[in-house]
Design a protein around this ligand. Structure first.
Ligand code: ADP
Ligand code: ZN
Ligand code: ZN
Length: 821
């Protein structure tokens, strides 16, 4: 028999391996196997199918190892992988790579060692200095990876030198398979006797009466295991807890084991069963919430997908909890997706209270080991589970799924951009649900235009919730004209008079404020006043941003940085100035303008540490800080009771973005940040500073008028033929050589045009045309919404294959972004 194996590589097909006799019957669809690929490298692969057809024309290698007794991937997952690869135009291997935690994909690493047969004296004289250095290092260390050799010697391009030494038979390579996942073991203890056997207990006590220590240990065991009060089976406790409780040495336990009283054994522990929080009664729904809840259930009768359009603070999370409870009570599992950034302890604690240890959280901040644990738990659990996760949670091995909830469904972070698969987790989860016969609930205060269009046209059900919980009112929004403020000299630096006064009032009343600025760093513009010089990134087509704390100029695309020059590098005058405001500078000015207030800042720079984000939010929740300055991180689903003022320091950059989704993004972001204000009894106030006070987007935010905004936006989309009235596939071409990228793009464009005609736009350089030393070209393919995407994608694939051998195409990286966010 033969197995088709998916490898974690960007290859468009599976590979065939023969199944050795000793594994036959055990290698099945979804099995995890170790196979050799290429001359020596080993990879973990997943068996996609098993068949009797010997491939022709080459020697088939056997499967080298079967990694688990049972499959770790379900058939339904493989179908989802296929759908993703097909829909998002990538390979099944790329999907596999993204879908399965690294800990489940051991692969071999190449290691270099001295060839035992090498005759070094013979080679003497023919060896360069660098070669000698490497030989010396390898003979001292026995086995090293190429990376380790590079690091220790500091020689660049060691690969070519190592290759030469291998050809000279001085070094040799071997492969070692690295197993990354390590299950946690704990030593457990139980009594040998049965709990019902009181006689045995008495005789044991008698046996131990001469050893106080052993008696103490036994009593501690009985206490811990509640042996006396429980009646079923032998009860186990951890060895450590027994030692702690009894205050005895490990030797005492050993003696009890030797006497045949206690039994000590190892057990894989499940980190999720340690939670002692028991599910509680859910908060009762308000009348409006209850109506929405019932409406959702009845809409599910004739729709697989329902949109819950509920204003910020309407209690969508409570409605989700009630639905989750209902679905789990019916014996089915639930997946709830949230944007990565909303996976705060605020939310997990709230859900943990409701679902106890049935709640599993899947998070990219988790260690890989922890993610493997969740995977295994989902794979093996016979009880219904509730999984809360970021976008990659759609890849977990669900069975018996009843409901998928996608909170903040409009969030563009559901779309993965780099690397492939460039999938949208919201759209993927609708497919996932339908494969399980489950329902999908999309929730948002500002639904994506495409989602709302589908809901209005009956493709999805629609449920609306227009009021906040407990009559909290939506915040009042004031648009502040900054040009007017400056003309009349009313502003305090970056703060307009209304924002300054409102914040003063809030602070005086013991409330808190949020200040939102969509730029990090200190100042985004650095210019020489004398000659106009501006610092540019050497790797990217962008200018550098000034960071005051580190006194550096930094690229926000690739991380390149240089110290701030004292003199202008072009004219050597002391005339380099910084302009504009990033969050770092806003925080500094906030300190100055509100000297009494405790100010914190939340942006990419202050949240690089693992727990920093969490800490900033918790400090603010406990009112240990008064004003929180931050980027759009502030807009994501946070629930702070005492925030009454939200300042948007400069809305201009949001409003002027060259992209068909710019208005949608601006409206969503502003409405969401505004939604952080006045979520309880206090009325909230939002002040939006701009130099474009007449912008229609701002007027809709002021009125909290989603449907007005939607009507304007959908008309524009129809006029300009953008989604949902068309489907877009962006094609990216990447090359380190600018000319080659351009030539490849031209070649591909004319080939595309011969098939798709005017539906092909470009090629053009994107807004940022060079990133991390690669020059980019993009081609946009815009096809009718009614076109068969299957056909379109088939044409794209064949076209690429026919061009792939052209050196201009071959030297470039090419990838597709289907339904760009
Ligand atoms: P949304 O997700 O729609 O923005 P939330 O679910 O965060 O709204 O609700 C806003 C606040 O109101 C939360 O603090 C929540 O605990 C509270 N809340 C909403 N509904 C209820 C309810 N039925 N009972 C008690 N508290 C509620
Ligand atoms: Zn200058
Ligand atoms: Zn850069």
């Amino acid at each position: 028999m033969f197995a088709e194996v998916i490898l974690p590589l960007p290859l468009y097909s599976t590979f065939t391996y023969s199944i050795p006799a000793e594994m036959s019957g055990d290698v099945v669809v979804g099995s995890r196997v170790l196979v050799q690929f290429g001359t020596r490298k080993f990879y973990t692969g997943i068996v996609a199918c098993v068949h009797p057809n010997r491939p022709e024309g080459y020697d088939v290698k056997p499967i080298s190892g079967l990694l688990d007794p049972k499959p770790i991937v379900r058939r339904s997952q493989l179908r989802l992988w296929d759908w993703i690869a097909e829909y998002y135009l990538c390979s099944p291997g790329e999907v596999f790579k993204a879908a399965v935690p690294t800990g489940l994909k051991p692969e071999s690493t190449t290691r270099i060692s001295l060839n035992p047969d090498a005759d070094l004296s013979e080679a003497e004289g023919m060896i360069t200095e660098k070669e000698a250095e490497i030989i010396q290092l390898v003979s001292a260390e026995k086995k090293l990876t190429i990376g380790e050799i590079e690091k220790s010697t500091g020689i660049r391009n060691v690969t070519s030198i190592i290759k030469r030494l291998i050809e000279k038979n001085i070094l040799e390579v071997s492969e070692k398979i690295i197993e990354r996942y390590k299950p946690k073991y704990e030593k457990m203890i139980r009594l040998k006797a049965s709990p019902d056997d009181h006689e045995a207990l008495h005789s044991m006590m008698g046996m131990l009466s001469r050893s106080k220590q052993q008696e103490k240990a036994l009593i501690a065991y009985l206490d811990l295991s509640q042996w006396l009060s429980r009646r079923e089976g032998a009860l186990e406790v951890t060895r450590q807890s027994l030692i702690d409780k009894a205050g005895v040495s490990p030797a005492v336990i050993k003696n009890l084991e030797n006497k045949g009283i206690l039994e000590v054994y190892k057990k894989i522990i499940n980190p999720f069963n340690t939670s002692s929080v028991l599910p509680s009664v859910l908060p009762e729904l308000s009348a409006a919430q209850l109506k929405a809840y019932q409406n959702i259930i009845s809409q599910f009768n004739d729709h697989n997908t329902v949109l819950l359009h509920g204003v910020t603070g309407s209690g969508k999370t409570e409605i989700y909890s009630h639905l989750i409870r209902t679905v789990m009570d019916s014996g089915k599992s639930v997946l709830m997706l949230v944007p990565e950034i909303s996976l705060t302890t605020q939310l997990t604690d709230r859900l943990r209270r409701n679902f106890g240890d049935r709640l599993l959280v899947y998070h990219s901040k988790f260690s890989d080991n922890e993610r493997v644990e969740v995977w295994k738990q989902v794979m093996t659990s016979t009880e219904p589970l509730m999984v809360l996760g970021a976008r990659s949670a759609v890849f977990l091995p669900f069975h018996n799924l009843g409901l998928v909830i996608v909170d903040e469904e409009h969030e563009s972070s559901y779309k993965q951009f780099d690397p492939a698969p460039r999938y949208n987790a919201r759209d993927t989860s609708i497919v996932l649900a339908s494969m399980h016969g489950a329902k999908t609930l999309l929730g948002s205060a500002t639904p994506a235009v495409e989602t709302y269009y589908k809901a209005l046209h009956g493709k999805y059900g629609l449920v609306t919730l227009t009021e906040r919980y407990e009559d909290a009112r939506l915040p009042e929004v004031e648009i502040v004209d900054m040009r007017d403020q400056r003309k009349r000299k009313l502003n305090y630096g970056i703060f307009s008079q209304p924002l300054k006064l409102a914040t003063d009032d809030a602070l005086k009343a013991g409330r808190q404020a949020l200040m939102f600025q969509n730029r990090r760093g200190f100042a985004p513009y650095v210019v020489c006043r004398n000659c106009g010089w501006t610092p540019r990134c050497v790797n990217c087509d962008v200018s550098l941003v000034y960071h005051k704390y580190s006194d550096q100029l930094r690229c926000h695309y690739c991380g390149y940085s240089i110290p701030r020059p004292a003199l202008c590098p072009a004219c050597e005058e002391n005339s380099v100035e910084v302009y504009g405001y990033g969050t770092e500078r806003i925080a500094e000015e906030t300190h100055t303008s509100f000297p009494e207030a405790r100010v914190a800042r939340m942006d990419l720079d202050t949240t690089r540490n693992k727990d920093a984000y969490q800490e900033i939010i918790e400090d603010f929740s406990r009112h240990e800080t008064d004003i929180l300055v931050g980027t759009q991180m502030l807009s994501k689903g946070l629930d702070f009771e005492k925030v009454t003022v939200v300042g948007v320091l400069n809305a201009d950059s949001l409003l002027n973005f060259p992209d068909f989704r710019a208005n949608e993004r601006a409206f969503n972001m502003l409405e969401q940040v505004a939604g952080r204000a006045g979520r309880r009894k206090d009325k909230g106030k939002v002040l939006i500073q701009t130099t474009d006070p007449d912008s229609s987007v701002l007027a809709y935010v002021k009125a909290h008028d989603y449907s007005g905004f939607y009507s304007q936006e959908i008309a524009a989309r129809e006029r300009l033929h953008y989604p949902p009235f068309s489907k877009i596939i962006n094609i990216y071409i990447k090359n380190k050589d600018a000319r080659a990228a351009e030539e490849a793009a031209n070649l591909l464009t004319s080939a595309l045009r011969s098939v798709f005609g005017p539906r092909v736009l470009g090629p053009e350089k994107p807004f940022v045309s060079r990133v991390a030393t690669y020059y980019l070209q993009t081609i946009m393919l815009k096809v009718e919404a009614t076109a068969s995407m299957k056909k379109v994608k088939h044409i794209l694939r064949t076209l690429y294959e026919s061009l792939a051998r052209d050196p201009r195409i071959k030297s470039s990286d090419l990838y597709y972004d289907v339904d760009p966010a």
